[in-house]
Design a protein around this ligand. Structure first.
Ligand SMILES: Nc1ncnc2c1ncn2[C@@H]1O[C@H](COP(=O)(O)OP(=O)(O)OP(=O)(O)O)[C@@H](O)[C@H]1O
Length: 576
């Protein structure tokens, strides 16, 4: 319930509209309530007293009532939908902002599909709860209260009899509500599982096909699908049971009332018209009770979604600016790691006591077997993760003491796999610096050896690439990524070499672009091919999260250790 209150805070900006909506809802409900009263006058005055004037008045009354009801109905549904949509857009935006701020560690632990499901499914569930339930709750609530008031005015004894049954119905609703809430969470989770599986399966379709695991994937999907079906059916069983139960209880009350009311008319305590009007109200009472019980179920389900949304919004943002953080002044590119240790998971060290110093403009290379910790070092410098022990300093500033924006603003990263957005080539390069002119974008592309191939594309720089656009080759993507980095013009560079995935020809072009990019910048290179780092100022051989050897290419070869071993393997391969 606490979270529902928090959700209400999102409605606060729209309170005026909400007030107006509630007035519309109540007016429309009041118009509904007036109809049985008309029936009473019709029977008691027109039919019994044969009053023609009254008949005319009543007829006009009916037309007016329906007209008024229509106008207010429009008002209520427009206003409530407006508020619902606005709130959802706000919640969705807040969620998206939150995900943008979440540390990398969050994305390591959670699948993409799961994150997507929060923003799509859960937010949609809240929308349904807000718009549909809000209208229904206020409409049915006012009809319920209004009907009871009318009934009290007609015959209080009969009314009390009717109200005996309501607590019984309430009790039934409570029991079902609790079960429905539990089930609601299950359904959302099953749906998120399916989305994750789908996402994973589609994005790794290459792997699936290459291992001929289509049937395996289909089995996995079918199992999840079946679980989802079972959760949904469990919900259907509960909801379907709730409706007839409540209806039966309501019918029972009507039987009591009909008997007692008839008894009063027979004894002359009540007029026939009043009894008919009373019965109409009483029968109509079943509707709001029934609908409110349905709203209750749907609210419980929505609560599960609301809980999940706020759970996500409350997740800690472990990597954020300290309150006193200042901007990192324009750096010379002096980077130092002091006794850095790091664990992704508690108790599992990925780096142990790594120390190194890169002077401005130097090229530092990391080599070592897979899983050694090379990428981990590269992840720590832009503070994608915080060191567990030790410190990283840039120009003497601990990177945890400066703002993240000023730190990452001066670091360029060329990853192994280039991610292109669904946009034009020009926009993809401009991602490096949003205010760059067209000339600057093209100059960066030229420096990255990308200009020629881009111009040969169907629409040149305006060609759409990425998910929904043209597929580019690995080398082409890499060069766009290099152009992005050139445009950003950072003092510090982190390169995760992708050259191993390229053919010799594109490797040469990419390497030439990289060499140009590294000129005059402090560069950290994760090297997969030793041939690219012969000129490095310092080479660090990493193994098991530790620095095993350090020196230049010549020094390390002379040492005859792990580096010279790795070199001899690659050399042999190259000769073979
Ligand atoms: N996001 C992560 N969460 C948990 N553990 C991780 C994560 N990333 C890497 N590791 C672990 O940390 C260790 C170092 O990994 P890292 O990616 O730094 O190695 P690497 O030397 O770059 O390997 P490769 O050359 O294969 O990319 C490995 O044992 C790896 O399993």
């Amino acid at each position: 319930m606490k979270n529902y209150k928090r959700l209400l805070a999102y409605i606060r900006p729209y309170l005026k509209r909400l007030g107006l909506a509630v007035i519309c809802i109540i007016m429309a409900a009041a118009a509904n309530l007036y109809l049985p009263w008309i029936i009473k006058d019709m029977i008691d005055k027109v039919l019994t007293d044969k009053d023609m004037m009254m008949l005319n008045l009543i007829s006009i009354g009916i037309v007016v009532v329906f007209l008024v009801r229509g106008i207010f109905y429009y008002g209520q549904s427009y206003l409530v939908s407006y508020i619902g949509q606005k709130v959802i857009i706000d919640v969705r935006e807040v969620m998206f902002r939150k995900f943008q701020r979440m540390p990398m560690a969050y994305f390591d632990k959670h699948q993409t599909g799961e994150t997507m499901s929060y923003i799509t499914n859960d937010v949609a569930a809240i929308q349904a709860a807000l718009v549909d339930n809000l209208i229904e709750m206020v409409t049915e609530g006012s009809i319920l209260i209004g009907s009871i008031v009318m009934m009290l005015m007609l015959d209080w004894k009969l009314t009390l009899l009717t109200l005996v049954v309501i607590p019984l119905v309430g009790q039934a609703m409570k029991i079902f509500g609790r079960k429905l809430k539990r089930n609601g969470t299950l359904i959302q989770e099953r749906m998120a599982d399916i989305t994750s599986l789908l996402q994973e399966s589609v994005s790794s379709i290459r792997v699936v096909k290459s291992f001929v695991r289509e049937n395996y994937e289909i089995d996995r999907f079918c199992r999840q699908n079946e679980l989802n079906f079972q959760a949904a059916m469990q919900n259907v069983r509960l909801t379907s049971l709730l409706t007839p139960t409540v209806e039966f209880l309501a019918a029972l009350s009507v039987t009591f009332i009909v008997w007692f009311g008839g008894y009063e008319v027979v004894n002359g305590v009540l007029t026939a018209g009043s009894l008919v009007a009373f019965l109409t109200y009483a029968v109509n009472l079943a509707n709001p009770v029934k609908r409110l019980s349905r709203v209750y179920g749907s609210l419980q389900r929505a609560m599960a979604a609301v809980d999940r949304v706020f759970h996500v919004l409350d997740l800690p943002e472990t990597i954020k600016d300290r309150p006193e953080a200042a901007a990192l002044p324009a750096t010379d590119g002096h980077v130092e790691l002091r006794h850095v240790s790091f664990e992704y998971k508690k108790g599992v060290p990925a780096l142990v006591d790594v120390s190194l110093e890169a002077k401005p403009g130097q090229m530092v290379a990391f080599v070592g077997p897979s899983g050694a910790g090379k990428s981990t070092i590269a992840n720590l410098i832009p503070r994608f993760y915080d060191v567990t022990e030790g410190a990283i300093l840039i120009d003497g500033h601990d990177i945890r003491d400066v703002t993240i924006a000023s730190l990452r603003g001066q670091i360029g990263i060329v990853p192994q796999e280039t991610m292109l957005f669904s946009a034009t080539v020009r926009e993809n390069i401009r991602y490096g610096r949003l205010d760059a002119t067209d000339e600057e974008v093209e100059a960066a592309a030229r420096a990255a050896n990308a200009d020629a191939f881009i111009r040969a594309l169907p629409q040149g720089y305006e060609t759409a690439v990425g998910e929904r656009g043209l597929n580019l080759s690995g080398g082409q993507r890499q060069r766009i990524s290099i152009a992005r980095a050139i445009l950003k013009n950072p003092r510090i560079l982190i390169l995760d070499e992708a050259t191993s995935a390229l053919d010799t020809e594109s490797e040469k072009i990419v390497q030439a672009a990289l060499d140009k990019l590294m000129e005059g910048r402090t560069s950290f290179v994760i090297a997969h091919r030793l041939s690219t780092i012969f000129d490095a100022d310092q080479i660090f051989v990493i193994d098991g999260g530790q620095v095993k050897e350090r020196g230049t290419h010549e020094e390390l070869l002379k040492k005859g250790g792990l580096y010279s071993y790795l070199y001899s393997i690659q050399f042999k391969n190259a000769q073979a």
